[in-house]
Design a binder for this molecule. Structure first.
Ligand SMILES: C[S@@+](CC[C@H](N)C(=O)[O-])C[C@H]1O[C@@H](n2cnc3c(N)ncnc32)[C@H](O)[C@@H]1O
Length: 321
């Protein structure tokens, strides 16, 4: 078995798309509809979108990770020309969508985070459970986690671990890293953190630091903030944007963005009169995020932290002031 077919087997058999029914119900794909899955991963949600938009709905399937894209391509091969695969970052969404003729679309999905294939592959360095290089890059470019850990100052590391990991022992961890580096593997880092702060909770003591480094390596929050407005621009009136976030930092960005874009004026409340001229472009369809059911969490524990938010693009008339 060659590498790709083995990955295909591991990836797709063990792969359960998070909040699958909910995503399909909210995006509500229809025949002839045009969709973008900006984080196609192993193609689970994409398959659903294509299935529900049969016989002629079209999908732009984007992912930064060439390995994931290859698997999605094989998995979705039977949909033929209805699906176009593009390797790239969702921060370039508008440019990539226009380049492939996806201008006014009916739905866009962003399923943020790491796929099960990425997480379970020790060579990618996302998991502290297995020995692997400290890499953590979603794509093939940019600095690795090892480069950050071994070159940033103690202050910079503490800042990243505190901000992106919401880790209260960030300073202590940063100090230990700087003292013990160079660090090259996931195990070295995970063991150092466990030794430094001890085991205080149910989760592994390295969980928050690994999350922080992954966010920093992939510039995840910055990238999400830059992608959301592009997604809204690409939507046709009544088109829907669905975003699944896996931690509170991401979810907060999505929540604030959708809330702001659903208001006509975003001036500070103290101003007697509107000076911003901002017009609402979205209607929020999920005032509270949609969470996985207890059954889904039991079958797929990784879905536990997922939160889905959905908004609908307003027409040119917007909402009443
Ligand atoms: C949680 S998985 C998506 C799973 C997918 N919904 C499915 O059903 O298989 C997230 C995917 O987003 C991709 N990704 C992460 N950051 C990205 C970025 N900046 N641009 C494009 N894709 C990205 C990852 O490579 C990964 O394959």
């Amino acid at each position: 078995m060659n590498e790709t077919s083995r990955e295909l087997e591991i990836g797709t058999l063990g792969h359960i798309p998070v909040l699958y029914q909910e995503v399909i119900a909210w995006l509500h794909p229809r025949p002839g509809g045009v969709y973008i899955d900006a984080t196609v991963g192993l193609g689970g949600h994409a398959a659903g979108i294509l299935e529900h938009s049969a016989p002629d709905g079209r999908l732009l399937a984007l992912d930064i990770d060439p390995k994931a894209l290859k698997i999605a391509q094989q998995r979705l091969a039977s949909y033929g020309e209805r699906v176009i695969f593009v390797q790239g970052r969702h921060i370039d969404l508008a440019k990539l969508a226009h380049a492939h003729g996806f201008a006014l679309v009916d739905g866009i999905l962003l399923d943020l985070g790491v796929s099960s294939m990425q997480l379970e592959d020790p060579s990618r360095g996302f998991s502290f459970q297995a020995e692997g290089p400290l890499d953590m890059r979603m794509g093939a470019e940019g600095p690795t986690a090892a480069e950050l850990v071994n070159t940033l100052s103690e202050e910079e590391l503490a800042h990243i671990i505190h901000e992106y990991g919401e880790e209260r022992f960030a300073r202590r961890i940063a100090r230990a890293i700087v003292r013990e580096r160079p660090l090259h593997t996931t195990k070295e880092l995970a063991d150092l953190i466990a030794k430094t702060i001890g085991r205080r909770e149910r989760i592994h003591p390295a969980t928050r630091t690994f999350q922080a480094l992954r966010i920093a390596v992939n510039e995840e929050l910055f990238s999400l903030e830059a992608t959301l407005p592009q997604a809204v621009e690409l939507l046709a009136p009544k088109g829907r944007l669905a975003v699944i976030a896996f931690h509170s930092l991401e979810d907060r960005i999505v929540k604030r963005f959708m809330r702001q874009e659903s208001r006509n004026c975003i001036c500070p409340p103290r101003l007697p009169q509107c000076v911003c001229g901002h017009r609402a472009s979205l209607r929020v369809l999920t005032p509270k995020p949609i969470r996985p059911s207890a059954t889904e969490v039991a079958v797929n524990p990784r879905s536990r932290s997922a939160r889905l938010r959905v908004a609908e693009k307003l027409g040119p008339e917007g909402i009443g002031a």
